[in-house]
Structure formats: C-alpha cells, structure tokens
Design a protein around this ligand. Structure first.
Ligand SMILES: [Zn+2]
Length: 251
C-alpha cells in the first residue's frame, strides 16, 4: 500500500480490459507505409516538420462518407494538413442537439469551427451510397441486432421529405441518387442550425458548400449558390452530364 492515495487506485486500473490484437497486421498497410517512407515522406518532410511544429491550420472542413471509394484527400488532391475531414456513413450532419448525448459529428464540427477556425465547410455526397440506400430501401434488413446503421440513417427522414419521398414506380437507384442530393442540402440546413456556424457565416467568416461525387465518371458537382442546383464543379465536363437537382425542394 502506497502513501500516495492516487496509487492506491491501482486495483481499479488492473480491472481495465486489455486490448487483444491479431498477430496479423495487414500486409497491405505495411507495404503502403514502406512506400510512404521511401517516397512521400522524404519528398514532403519539410511540410510534415512544419505541421508538427506549428500545428494544423486547415482552411477547409470536408464532411464525407466512410465509403472507401470517396476519399476527400484523393478527390481534391490534398496534402497533409490541408483538409479537416470528418467522415461518417452517408456524410450526414445531425440536427443541433446540445444535450447529454455523445455527438461525434458535432464535436468534430465544434473543433473545426471554433478551434481551427476553418473558412469553409463542404458536405460531399456521392453516387451509389450504401448508407443512403439503406434508408431508401424499405426491405433492407438490419445488419446486426443493434441496427446501428438503421438508426443512424434515420437522420435522412428530413432529406426524404425534401426529396418528396420515393415516386410511384420510381426505380430504387434513381431515388437513392435523388435522396443523396437532398441529404447534402439537408446537412447544410442542419449545419446552419449550429449557433457557432450560423454566427460565423453571417459575419462572412465561414462559407457552407455542397458537392456530389460520382465514382464511375469522376464527375464532381457543386451546389450553385445562385441557382440552388447541382452543377459541374469545373467547366470542362463531359456533355453527357446533366444538370441535376433534388426535386421537391422549396426554392
Ligand atoms: Zn456513402
């Protein structure tokens, strides 16, 4: 028994579960790390050292989906320290809820806006989103007894209302794409409900943006401020890309 009262808490510490890990660390990650050490790290060492010394100062927060095909750093060709990225299933922003709940998205948002003082927040939706589809497909079964995805994507009910629901005879993939666009718009509405976001936006210090990425074509659409429509992010886009917009949205 120690005279230090803090050390007498040791038995409590001993009860903490030990992490048990697999002996098979993914080879893919080791190989990738080797490539990083051989190529990128030496090439950008000065940048990494500067980031370590000065801390991060990203100007842009990106809210994207967990989907492995839509990495914001890849799509936007971003270097370390440039983007503050928050990803979740369906790239959703929940409503402002200052209660006792554990709000991971809101915590990341609070840090980005209040501590990092990002100048832009970009919600990036994407085509063929499994999270959006999980909500849109009435026949989707829970993946586990906890049905965490089902509960999480229930946040899409507001977006579904914006989209006017699924049309009579509307094919599921078509509805999923419309709902994905509407969800970007709804997330922007939810973002603006956070007082810190709204205040900084009103002061002209923070801009909110919506975007939509199609994996198959590589096309990025952005929500146009003037027309409230999704338009190609850059002018030189293939002609076959249509102007798209979630229907059922009040002007
Ligand atoms: Zn997704």
């Amino acid at each position: 028994m120690s005279n230090d009262p803090a050390l007498n808490d040791a038995p409590a510490i001993a009860r903490v579960a030990r992490p048990q890990v697999s002996p098979h660390f993914p080879e893919r990650l080791i190989d990738g790390y080797k490539a990083f050490l051989d190529e990128r790290f030496p090439r950008e060492q000065a940048r990494f050292e500067q980031l370590a010394a000065e801390g991060q100062k990203p100007r842009i927060m990106v809210i994207g989906c967990c989907d492995s095909r839509v990495s914001p750093e890849v799509i936007f060709d971003a270097a370390p320290g440039e983007l503050f990225v928050m990803r979740n299933v369906g790239n959703l922003v929940p409503p402002y809820s200052p209660d006792e709940g554990l709000h991971g998205v809101s915590a990341a948002l609070e840090f980005a806006v209040q501590a990092l003082k990002v100048e832009h927040i970009v919600v990036v939706g994407h085509a063929r989103c499994g999270g959006i589809r999980a909500f849109a497909d009435d026949g989707a079964e829970p993946l586990s007894p906890g049905d965490f995805i089902g509960k999480w994507v229930s946040l899409l009910s507001g977006a579904a209302a914006r989209a006017g629901g699924r049309g009579q005879g509307e094919a599921l993939p078509v509805y999923v794409e419309r709902l994905a666009l509407a969800s970007v718009e709804q997330s922007l509405v939810n973002l603006r409900a956070f007082p810190c976001v709204r205040t900084l936006e009103e002061r002209g210090k923070l801009g909110l943006h919506g975007a939509y990425f199609d994996i198959a074509t590589g096309v990025l659409m952005r929500l146009d401020a003037a027309t409230q429509r999704f338009v190609p992010a850059v002018a030189a886009m293939p002609q076959r890309i249509r102007m798209i917009r979630a229907v059922g949205v009040e002007p």
